[in-house]
Design a protein around this ligand. Structure first.
Ligand SMILES: C[S@@+](CC[C@H](N)C(=O)[O-])C[C@H]1O[C@@H](n2cnc3c(N)ncnc32)[C@H](O)[C@@H]1O
Length: 239
C-alpha cells in the first residue's frame, strides 16, 4: 500500500512536529513502554522521531510500519546514521491493515496516526492490532478531543529559519462534516521574503470522541490502562 499524501510535507515535518506533539510523547511514552522486552510494533512511524524514543526505551526489536515513501526515506536515513538503531528496527513499507508479524509483540504504539483511519478502517484496525499483540500486550496511542474547526481563510501556523530561508506552514479548514475535516496546507519556502517554493496538500482528518474510541477498542478485546496526559493505553485481554 502506498499513501504518499505526506511526501510534499516531508521537508517540513521534523521542524514542525519537534515543535508540536513530539516533546509531549518524549515525556510521556517512556514510562508506559520501558518494561516491554518482547518487541514493539509502531504504526505510522513517519520520519522516525517516535521510533527513536521507542528504541531507546525498550531492548527488543521495533517493527516500524510506514506506507509513505517520503516519510520512510527520512526514517531510513535516521537508521543509516545509527548502527544500533539499524540492527533492531525493521521498516514495514505498507499500511497498518496489512501488518501480519511473524511473532506477537509486547506493545503497539500509534502516535498521531488515528486521524488517518475512517470509522470503517478503525473497525478493521483494532482486531488487526490485537492479533499482533501477545495476551497482556500494551496498545498506546495519543488522543485529544478538539473543538470542531470552522472553514475559513488560510492562516500561518508556523515558520522556521533554515539557513537563509524561512520555511512556512499555512493551514486552512475547507470543509467540516461531522467528525471529518478537510484541510488545505501550504508549504512555502521564502528567500529574502520572496516565495521560491510552494506545495499544496489537501488532507482529510477523521476525528473520534474519547468515549467512542474507548468503546471501539474495548469491543476488540482490550482493557483500559492508566496513561499520562495526552496518551491513552489499553492491554490486550489475556483470553
Ligand atoms: C502525522 S504522521 C506521524 C508520524 C510519527 N508517528 C510521529 O508522531 O512523528 C502520520 C503518519 O501515519 C502514516 N499513515 C497514514 N496512513 C497510515 C496507515 N493506514 N497505516 C500506517 N501508517 C499510516 C503517514 O504516512 C504518516 O507518516
Amino acid at each position: 500500500m502506498t499513501n504518499d499524501n505526506y511526501s510534499l510535507a516531508v521537508p517540513f515535518y521534523d521542524l514542525w512536529h519537534e515543535d508540536g506533539h513530539v516533546p509531549q510523547i518524549r515525556a510521556g511514552l517512556p514510562a508506559l513502554i520501558k518494561d516491554v522486552s518482547d518487541g514493539v510494533l509502531e504504526i505510522g512511524a513517519g520520519t522516525g522521531l517516535v521510533t527513536e524514543v521507542i528504541a531507546r526505551e525498550t531492548e527488543g526489536e521495533v517493527f516500524a510500519v510506514e506506507p509513505s515513501l517520503g516519510m520512510r526515506s527520512v526514517l531510513l536515513s535516521r537508521l543509516a546514521a545509527d548502527a544500533e538503531l539499524r540492527s533492531r528496527v525493521t521498516v514495514l513499507p505498507y499500511g497498518a491493515l496489512d501488518v501480519d508479524l511473524d511473532e506477537p509483540v509486547g506493545a503497539v504504539v500509534m502516535i498521531s496516526v488515528l486521524h488517518a483511519f475512517t470509522p470503517a478502517g478503525r473497525e478493521r484496525l483494532w482486531p488487526t492490532l490485537a492479533r499482533q499483540l501477545r495476551p497482556g500486550g500494551l496498545l498506546v496511542l495519543n488522543h485529544r478531543e478538539r473543538p470542531a474547526p470552522r472553514p475559513g481563510e488560510p492562516e500561518r501556523l508556523a515558520s522556521y529559519r533554515v539557513g537563509r530561508h524561512a520555511y512556512e506552514i499555512w493551514g486552512q479548514t475547507l470543509e467540516v462534516d461531522g467528525e471529518t475535516v478537510r484541510s488545505r496546507f501550504l508549504y512555502r519556502i521564502r528567500q529574502r521574503g520572496v516565495v521560491i517554493s510552494e506545495d499544496e496538500v489537501v488532507s482529510v482528518y477523521h476525528g473520534v470522541t474519547g468515549a467512542r474510541l474507548a468503546a471501539e477498542v474495548e469491543a476488540a478485546g482490550f482493557v483500559p490502562e492508566s496513561a499520562p496526559e495526552g496518551l491513552r493505553a489499553w492491554r490486550r485481554s489475556a483470553s
